[in-house]
Design a protein around this ligand. Sequence first.
Ligand code: AMP
Ligand code: DBH
Length: 540
Amino acid sequence: MLTGCSSWPEDYADLYEREGCWKGETFGEMLRDRAERQGDRIAITSGDRNMSYAELDDRADRLAAGFQELGIKQMDRVVVQLPNVIEFFEVCFALFRLGALPVFALPTHRSSEINYFCEFAEAVAYILPDKHAGFDHRTLARGAKEKNEKLNVIVTGDAAEFVNLADLYIDPKKLEVKVNSRDVAFLQLSGGSTGLSKLIPRTHDDYMYSLEVSAEVCQLDKDSVYLAVLPIAHNFPMSSPGILGTLYAGGRVVLSPGPSPDEAFPLIEKQGVTITALVPPLALRWLDAVSTRDHDLSSLQVLQVGGAKFSAEAARRVFPAFGCKLQQVFGMAEGLVNYTRLDDPEEIIINTQGRPMSKYDEVRIVDEEDRDIEQGQVGHLLTRGPYTIRGYYKAEEHNAKAFTLDGFYRTGDLVSKTESGYIVVEGRDKDQINRGGEKIAAEEVENHLLAHGAVHDVAIVSMSDDYLGERSCAFVIPRQDAPTSKELKLFLKERGLAAFKIPDRFEFTDSFPKTPLGKVSKKALRQIISDKLNNQLTLK
Ligand code: AMP
Ligand code: DBH
């Protein structure tokens, strides 16, 4: 096991293996198996390009050889920041075959995040696009290289002074590495609640099991066509069932260059897409757009919505608008995924966030003292199971708080459970803002703002928003010469913070409301901003 990772205790590992959850298969082997069984079938469609399972398998082998020649070894960490492109798959499977571990950065991450991932994971390489969405990612590589000149920088497209990914597909060699399915396959990111994002070690065995069950619950088979709209490095479109669940089932992944109806609807029609996944704000956009377009979306059987709470009002609109099933998905990169089932009664699909996908998922809903509460009451969700981690990567101190002594993960979600065992997300007790599915750790952004000379103190809270569900609001106590919100936004941008983390609003104040214990009361701050927004609405 990779140093810095907590494994499952032996009795649990034995149980999960005995019960057939962990099957001993690595991702490299899974792709080989699909290529042998159905090599001619299309695995991925991107623009005009169709890549078969056999071709993907072969290109992953070639790239693994190229990576090896570059010096990338088993257990090495490699920061992968690629958008929804075919190279994403080739890179991942090449690394999986070498037993090297991708660290999945999002395309929207900037120098603050990338430098941290490279440094914290002690990455030996960073793989990125030349440009994406109007941004030149090579500037990030230059920054990362300045901090560690040994870092291998590999670029898709115009590589400038760096290594071009296209040059690394060489004659495949027989790899001498033995990758163990119990080992960590990659590091996924958590949204974080204290400071920087935590890294989540997922093993071949545990993640493969989550793909198997997800594919089953979502009824995927060889004829399924999954449209990847959200950034595929994110755990939801990666695994619930996402791109990897689709390949697991032998289906076809279609890559959408962007999430807008203008890009996605023609693809659904042309490619006969059967299932796709959205976050709530996108689902709203699609719902609004569908009546004004005349694309034939009749192939679509399942529209998944997750990542943040989907309101019942919006959920009710899905079937009339798209004529397909809605599936609510409440998951986390740490593990546990809840789905509404495709044959569930409409009221369950509309009003709940589903139930755990595996019978081996253990779920507890508890009060402040970790005591189980009565069914129907709201409490803290704790979970443990065959695909839920037992600890974050290199985070001993944090792990002591984020997990119970007997290994339950404290999700930080406030939930209730219906009589039939379905979970309703009621709120959150973690210091995080969920901006339409994009998670922001308040403390991370607060720390950046505290570095500004004119900021005495700062507290960031969520404010409710019709479209995104939540946006972020920074309450700032300025020093003598108060900065403007424009200055502070620019300051954060210049510090290399991803744009989605930059507060949507700033409120300047002399002091913060306090809890009886003297801590800043974020609850009171949320109330202040909520009252202010309501007043503004009434005045309008
Ligand atoms: P992360 O741990 O960063 O992967 O984010 C997972 C978190 O996203 C969960 O713990 C929830 O707070 C939130 N989340 C995911 N899906 C949903 C959903 N369907 N409804 C409400 N919250 C969700
Ligand atoms: O928000 C998430 O992290 C998430 C949502 C739905 C997730 O990780 C998942 C499904 O697997």
